[in-house]
Design a protein around this ligand. Structure first.
Ligand SMILES: Nc1nc2c(ncn2[C@@H]2O[C@H](COP(=O)(O)OP(=O)(O)OP(=O)(O)O)[C@@H](O)[C@H]2O)c(=O)[nH]1
Ligand SMILES: [Mg+2]
Length: 829
């Protein structure tokens, strides 16, 4: 027989941390209230017969929001065999309010006083024996984070569940209240144990419970009598009874260290980071730093290395021999440049030096000019520029950037000495070829068919490799975000943003889903459940995915790298464009009838700062990173196969055939893309490749990079070079903005569908996201293009300006719904 044990307690008291410790699971933990919004079940480690349920945090058994209803309904309908009531030891008074209700349920309760490590550090003490007597249940001191007391709580809870006997009641309310409870209880037809909870709820006039009970007995007489006696409504009477019970417990059990007026370290930090003026600049700075480290330093180094070496040209093991190899190939390049500049270099079809012909050309050469100009091409941007090549000697003071390192005569010596033998990296150390080269060589060896070779190298390796190349950057970003989450800074951000949101009539509660959404949009959308106001909740579901999630990181990094020289500002701007889109959408939507109304109140206490443990940060990084890698192995591989097939097959001269790289404009995908590419002409990137990439992005956002890897991967240069050629800065940024803001991936759309629970609202949300993205991208290209010279003033510029004007009008117009109210008031007066 299995036993069911539920974990119940206030938000952010450590339920999920304990759940993970008990079951070995890996549920999401964050240092702010409202992390868990759904109940989660798990088997106890070492005893598969015990089922543990993690519940969303609740302050009382009178629920207001969706996730609180989940928790209460579980407790009163599923009726677990025991409850572990976790309370935050640093905040006992508030936590006990729920405890007084839990012990009325008639289910055995074991209390776990958590965060004992912090309590002790603060110098406070809790008298467990007195607490046990005052509550009538077992009490255990634990630290879920440090893992102390876990075994004891486990054993006590299993024993309580098996005993099946509820705790004995040790406290009575005021006599008159007890009399009313007694009288209502006798009218109830249920197990003796459970009567007290329902009787009290009936006296409190809890409408949801009355609805659920179907045939609730009439107890208006008892209510009337109590309200007359106390001259107050029954809900307040019961609440104040609970508080006097709690204060009697606190007197007996809790000793706070005398602190005087000294501020704790948390308070001191908060004075700075939530300061009215400094808060926002600090937030911007911190987020910029996060993206800078992830996109331009550590993350970028790893990603560049992966893309250039692992998926590029290969590398020397441990870098041994790399610099000697680079010197050698540098000499080789300088020599070919010098020979070419003086017009004596002869190459064959494959660009290899034709030694005999070049030798003849050198002998015949009469050009002895002191120096000549030679056109070079920048590898990254494909820009061309001139360098000087000298005839006999490179002057000592020449600028390295614009001067060829070898003179013509030195190059001739080099030529005679080496016969232009190609530089083989394997001569300079243990050389590891790149993954595509390795696989390609392997496929050649087994004599694999051309099409299969193409599918594997140009399809799967190019597509999935392009995505995997960004994993390091993403992992660094996830680590940094996890640190901000665990230490409690993100909770401050919600608090700061609430002040800003509130000014615009929005609820700060919308910000928590956004924070979660920076990892993945799906839990972000689900986190909207903590918002009790239905209109605000819908609005949050609609706008949460504007924030760049982990899967959008690769294409943001790709655009920033290929078109903006790897600027970290581009990535940070994506984050703040997301936030701005959410705020602006909120303001505009709030003024429509559909979303009008006052924002939900947002009461959030700031959790104390915690130093994040290395284990938990790495675990969170791994969780998110692993789901990303899993996606690469499944959905992204399948998508790249589909993209490759439709790219490399098509009709040429009426016959269906496999295409080579120069023919992909005839491919099936090009046909489809071209048919709809006109849609994005106003945005400046109406070519079929970018259009197709945006569409595959709807399956999973990582696909944008994978698709670009295939479509821009053929040809001579690298993908980055091809991208730099295909986009201007204006059209590149417009492409980025569109894909950042448009409808999210299928998984997130599914979550929107579930949370909206209505086809009409679902399509409205998707339509709004796509429409918004479309217009913003249009404005970005048309206005930015005027400055960069990418487009000239014309009809579209006028449209863009009109859109900007309309946007500001929608943003700043007075709220029409408020006006109606005042005119009505005016009439009434
Ligand atoms: N110092 C300390 N921190 C703890 C302890 N237990 C949990 N925490 C931290 O408290 C924060 C909240 O933990 P969670 O497990 O997410 O809390 P929860 O009760 O599940 O929260 P909700 O799901 O929002 O209701 C996290 O930052 C934990 O690392 C503890 O014993 N000591
Ligand atoms: Mg939780």
């Amino acid at each position: 027989m299995s036993v069911k044990i539920a974990l119940a307690g206030n938000p952010n008291c450590g339920k999920t941390t304990l759940f993970n410790a008990l079951t070995g699971a890996n549920q999401y933990v964050g240092n702010w209230p409202g992390v868990t919004v759904e109940k989660k079940e798990g088997k106890l480690k070492g005893n598969k017969d015990v089922i543990i349920t993690d519940l969303p945090g609740i302050y009382s058994l009178s629920p207001y929001t969706l996730e609180e209803v989940v928790a209460r309904n579980y407790l009163i309908q599923e009726y677990p065999d025991a409850i572990i009531n976790i309370i935050d030891g640093t905040n006992i008074e508030r936590n006990l309010y729920l405890s007084t209700q839990l012990i009325e349920l008639g289910i055995p309760v074991v209390m776990a006083v958590n965060m004992m490590d912090l309590v002790k550090k603060n110098g406070d003490s809790i008298n467990i024996k007195n607490l046990k007597e005052a509550l009538g249940c077992e009490v255990v001191e634990i630290s879920a984070l440090k893992g102390t007391g876990i075994d004891e709580v486990k054993e006590k809870a299993i024993a309580a569940a098996k005993s099946k006997t509820a705790n004995e009641r040790v406290h009575n309310f005021d006599e008159a209240v007890e009399a009313a409870i007694e009288s209502v209880s006798t009218k109830l037809d249920m197990e003796e144990n459970r009567k007290r909870f329902f009787a009290i709820k009936l006296i409190e006039k809890d409408s949801k419970i009355i609805e659920q009970m179907k045939n609730a007995p009439d107890c208006s007489a008892e209510i009337k009598k109590l309200e007359d006696d106390f001259d107050d409504d029954t809900e307040s009477i019961i609440t104040s009874e609970r508080y006097s019970y709690i204060s009697s417990i606190i007197d007996k059990c809790v000793k706070k260290a005398a602190k005087g007026q000294k501020l704790t370290i948390s308070d001191k930090i908060d004075r700075v980071v939530t300061n009215r003026i400094l808060a926002l600049p600090i937030f911007v700075l911190i987020m910029w730093l996060v993206y800078y480290i992830a996109m331009s330093t550590v993350g970028a180094w790893c990603t560049d290395w992966t893309n250039d070496n692992l998926f590029g040209d290969g590398f020397h093991l441990f870098g041994i021999g790399s610099s000697a190899y680079e010197d050698a190939s540098g000499d080789y390049d300088a020599a070919t440049t010098a020979l070419d500049a003086y017009g004596v270099l002869v190459t064959d079809d494959e660009d290899a030096v034709d030694v005999d012909a070049t030798k003849a050309a050198i002998e015949a050469n009469t050009n002895t000019e002191a120096s000549v100009k030679y056109e070079m091409e920048d590898e990254e941007t494909l820009d061309t520029y001139d360098i000087d090549v000298y005839y006999s000697e490179v002057p000592a003071n020449a600028d390295e950037e614009t001067t060829n390192a070898m003179s013509y005569l030195d190059a001739v010596d080099y030529f005679n000495e080496t016969q232009m033998a190609e530089i083989d990296p394997a001569d300079y150390g243990v050389f590891v070829p790149s993954i595509p080269d390795l696989i390609s060589a392997g496929l050649d060896k087994i004599g694999c068919a051309d099409w299969l070779h193409g599918l594997i190298i140009d399809g799967i390796v190019a597509g999935v490799g392009a995505v995997l190349g960004f994993v390091p950057q993403m992992l660094v970003l996830f680590i940094l975000l996890a640190i901000l989450e665990y230490c409690g800074y993100m909770a401050r951000i919600a608090f700061i943003m609430d002040r800003i949101f509130r000014k615009f009539g929005l609820s700060g509660k919308s910000f928590i889903p956004i924070l979660v959404g920076t990892g993945c949009g799906v839990p972000g959308i689900m986190a909207s459940r903590t918002i009790e106001n239905e209109k605000d909740r819908r609005m949050t579901v609609m706008t949460t995915t504007f924030i760049p999630c982990g899967a959008k990181v690769p294409f943001i990094a790709m655009i920033a790298g290929a078109i903006f020289g790897g600027s970290s500002i581009v990535a940070t701007s994506a984050y703040f464009i997301g936030i701005a889109a959410i705020i602006c959408s909120g303001i505009i939507l709030k003024k429509t009838k559909m979303f009008a109304g006052d924002p939900s109140p947002f009461v959030m206490e700031l959790p104390p700062y915690h130093i994040p443990t290395v284990g938990s940060v790495l675990r969170s990084m791994w969780e998110r990173g692993w789901s990303f890698i899993k996606k690469a192995g499944t959905i992204i591989t399948l998508s790249t196969i589909a993209v490759w097939f439709t790219t490399y097959f098509g009709f040429v001269d009426g016959s269906f055939q496999m295409l080579d790289e120069s023919q992909i404009d005839y491919s099936i995908l090009a046909k489809i893309g071209n048919a709809i590419a006109w849609i994005f002409v106003p945005q400046g990137w109406g070519n079929w490749q970018a259009t197709v990439a945006s569409i595959t992005g709807l399956v999973a956002k990582e696909n944008i990079v994978g698709t670009m890897g295939i479509l821009y991967g053929g040809g001579d240069g690298t993908v980055y070079q091809a991208l730099a050629g295909a986009f201007t800065t204006a059209s590149g940024f417009s492409f980025l903005v569109f894909n950042l803001l448009c409808a999210p991936c299928f998984a997130a759309m599914g979550a929107i569908k579930r949370e909206m629970n209505s086809a009409k609202w679902f399509w409205f949300a998707i339509g709004y996201q796509c429409g918004f993205a479309y217009l913003v991208a249009l404005v970005v290209y048309r206005i930015a293009g005027l400055f960069t010279g990418a487009c000239t003033f014309g009809v579209w510029s006028v449209v863009a300006i009109a859109l900007v004007v309309l946007f500001f009008f929608m943003l700043f117009r007075p709220d029409p719904n408020k006006k109606v109210k005042t005119s009505k008031e005016f009439l009434n007066a």
